[in-house]
Design a protein around this ligand. Structure first.
Ligand code: CUA
Length: 308
């Protein structure tokens, strides 16, 4: 269904969102026409013509009342199911997606790739490739919005949130901040460029940083003293090894288990004693809160993810 008043749809899911939106719009329009049309029709048809006209006494009509409750119920439940189906697809994070780290800050976006390349203002992704954005804020709440992909997600300081999309059209697409974040909120813009794989490969190789994110993380691993307590070869030391922990379940000292993902690693680095892995001493690890920048935490997590 073509909606010329909508931004161009650049993903398969975006087309589905538009279909649902069109359905909502058309059912609202038809419902409004029936309601207002019916009202006008009855006003004219049953107009009081003489002083002797008497209004008949009508109490109710069970069948009609059932219909005007049941039909909207079916419509609303259909919209709920349909919307849930689309939302579920949007939140399904694909394995092996191209990961791009997104940082929000007053008042611009920063995009960092695994290769260590970082970009402001505009960032590139290859067409027909699942992309996963791992986002956090360096100051206040922001919200990352790409209308053409029909994706939007709050970007929150102190934690990671994620978005995914697979662009099926080449071109330039607007990125907005949609959470009021201060004076230049409306100027917090960026451009998403969807290019061919060849163009992307060429661009990503123009790497001015020289070090990948994981390599940078490894440097902090040594410089910040993590190396003293955490091995990267699987052997246990004072703390759990970092080898191949990403994606695994960690059993905690209280018997609960936690999946090792970016948010868990972040918490464990910054607030070491929030959770303690079973078999390791509570309170042993110092807190790194305030001692690592957002970029350093990010690089260290990438280093841990690279230890397969
Ligand atoms: Cu950032 Cu509004």
């Amino acid at each position: 269904m073509g909606n010329s008043f909508m931004p161009p749809a650049a993903t398969e899911v975006a087309g589905q969102v538009d279909n649902l939106y069109a359905f909502l719009l058309w059912t609202s329009f038809i419902g409004c026409a029936i309601l207002l049309g019916g009202m006008i029709f009855f006003v004219l048809k049953y107009k009081r013509r003489t002083n002797n006209d008497k209004t008949p006494y009508i109490s109710h009509n069970t069948f009609l009342e059932f219909l005007w409750s049941f039909i909207p119920l079916v419509l609303f439940l259909a919209v709920f199911g349909w919307g849930w189906h689309i939302y579920h697809q949007m939140r399904q994070m694909p394995e092996n997606a191209l990961e791009v780290h997104v940082f929000g800050r007053q008042w611009s976006w920063e995009f960092v790739y695994k290769s260590g390349k970082s970009a402001g203002n505009e960032f590139l992704v290859p067409v027909n490739t699942p992309v996963k954005l791992l986002m956090t804020s360096k100051d206040v709440l922001h919200s990352f919005y790409v209308p053409s992909m029909r994706i939007k997600q709050d970007v929150v300081p102190g934690r990671y949130t994620a978005l995914t999309f697979t662009a099926d059209k080449l071109g330039d697409f607007h990125v907005f901040c949609t959470e009021y974040c201060g004076t230049s909120h409306s100027g917090m813009l960026a451009k998403l460029k969807v290019v061919t794989q060849a163009d992307y490969d060429k661009w990503i190789q123009e790497n001015e940083e020289g070090m990948t994110l994981a390599e940078r993380g490894q440097k902090y691993y040594n410089d910040k003293g993590c190396v003293a307590c955490h091995s990267v070869d699987g052997s246990p030391k004072v703390g759990p090894t970092w080898k191949a922990i990403f994606g695994k379940e960690h059993v905690m000292d209280d018997g609960s288990s936690v999946k090792v993902d970016e948010n868990y690693l972040r918490e464990s680095i910054l607030y070491a004693n929030a959770k303690t892995v079973k078999g390791y001493g509570k309170g042993v690890m110092p807190s790194y809160q305030g001692q690592l920048t957002e970029d350093q935490v990010n690089a260290m997590i990438e280093f841990i993810k690279s230890l397969k």
